[in-house]
Design a protein around this ligand. Structure first.
Ligand SMILES: [Zn+2]
Length: 236
């Protein structure tokens, strides 16, 4: 849930995630803002109050994660010859100058054409846009495969540049997927596709939900753990 509070003239937006936990955790994510994890029973005004109290500290946390990301990008620019993970395999990025953005997988190389191959930002944006198209195609194929098996069809399917999630399911049954799933091993992508499809039966993470996932993919925990271990790659 998105929320916002005003403290000393400063507006602080945050995403609230309430669950069975017993304490409150504040987290700053690059590009994704402040997250607050709080117990289910806590009143919103109390949580808002805690955020207001920590306004300066949270702003500082946010600034420091953004600065770390920027420094990391400067230290590791994406250039011709850089490694790039596609479908769980390490490939080599090859850059070409051309009027139109296009990406093509040739053996173990990913050939990327764009107008400004010398700009790190432009290269990152071209990787994102070309691989998003590949991701959408692959995800649609896997949805077509698994939807009849799960016994539910999704509504709208979209690729999002989500900062901290691999996939999500809305109450209306629309599914969103992170484009970076195309970097993960195919089984990890399948796991997320199955996970979101199973939410069309169970809009929760109950034992009944996990039984549905397991019925489709008995070894799902392996890929669930893989994705958890690679969440940091979402900030590439
Ligand atoms: Zn879920």
């Amino acid at each position: 849930m998105k929320r916002a509070v005003i403290s000393e003239g400063r507006r602080i937006e945050y995403t609230l995630i309430q669950s069975d936990r017993s304490n409150v955790l504040f987290q700053a994510l690059p590009g994704a803002g402040i997250r607050v994890y709080a117990p289910k029973y806590m009143h919103l005004r109390d949580i808002d109050g805690m955020v207001r109290q920590r306004a300066a500290q949270l702003a500082e946390m946010q600034k420091s994660v953004e600065a770390r990301l920027a420094a990391d990008r400067r230290a590791h620019p994406v250039t011709d010859g850089s490694p790039i993970l596609i479908e769980g395999r390490r490939r080599v990025l090859r850059l070409h100058e051309g009027a139109r953005r296009a990406g093509r997988l040739v053996g173990e190389e990913y050939h990327l054409t764009l107008p400004e191959p010398d700009s790190d930002d432009a290269v990152r944006a071209a990787i994102r846009s070309t691989l998003s198209a590949v991701a959408l195609k692959r995800i649609r194929q896997r949805l077509d495969y698994f939807a009849p098996r799960v016994g539910r069809a999704p509504g709208r399917v979209a690729i999002r540049d989500q900062k901290s999630r691999w996939g999500s399911c809305s109450r209306k049954g629309n599914l969103n997927f992170n484009w970076k799933l195309i970097m993960a091993p195919p089984q990890a992508l399948d796991y997320v596709v199955i996970h979101e499809l199973c939410h069309l039966w169970e809009f929760n993470h109950s034992p009944r939900f996990w039984a549905l996932v397991e019925a489709q993919m008995p070894e799902y925990e392996v890929w669930k753990k893989w994705l958890k271990a690679h969440t940091d790659d979402l900030y590439m």
